[in-house]
Design a protein. Sequence first.
Length: 247
Amino acid sequence: MDQIYKYRSFSASLASGYKLFRANIRTILIGSWIEALVFGVILGLTLVAFYFHYLPAEIAAIAALVVASIFWNGRLFQLIDGGKPKEKLWRATKAMMWAIPFFVVPLICIPCINVAMETMLEERPRPTKALFTGFKHWGYLFSTLLMSCIIMVALSLVLCIPLYICVYGIICDHLGVSGGDPSGLPALFPLILFFVGALTGFFFLFAQLWQTYALAYAHGAILTRDNIQQQRKRENANNEIKATKNE
């Protein structure tokens, strides 16, 4: 990733993430469309499983969705900054484990995102240090996540309209059935839900890429700022030592 270790504002991190995505979109599409398609298919199956309220299928679909996300992220970073596929896959697995607390308790566990990026990008990751650094720069990470999520919500209002229509239809149908009315959904609705979910997942995954890259740039900016601060402290300490000797 070009010049990731450079201090920049959170808005500059968002802009850099978009520029990286735009500059490499062809490479990303050609190199990762299979992983994205698999993710989309599994998402479609997950929606169908929840539509039929079959618990074993729901659990299996969610587990498959997590595995597909790991393969996607491993391939994604392998395309951008190189590395062996198996190594990136293992790193993506560990990064996913660190990201899970964020999805459970978002505000408190925002620093876990910094640890996930540390795991994916650094040659010798130091998760504990990255976690403390994330808490130190909680506001910076929060601002980056907040702005990127606002933009993603706006994008989802366009990309996910067919899926929203399907979900709204399911809700209205369930309300009618609970009131004693017969189901008004067509017999082929589960198939429609599958294809809509698969296509939505496929395209939304690529649209979300820039947010991932923006968080990677935010991680680099945080490290750079800490290194600059430590260097200044060392220089001040050396200057004090020299001043003491001169006296």
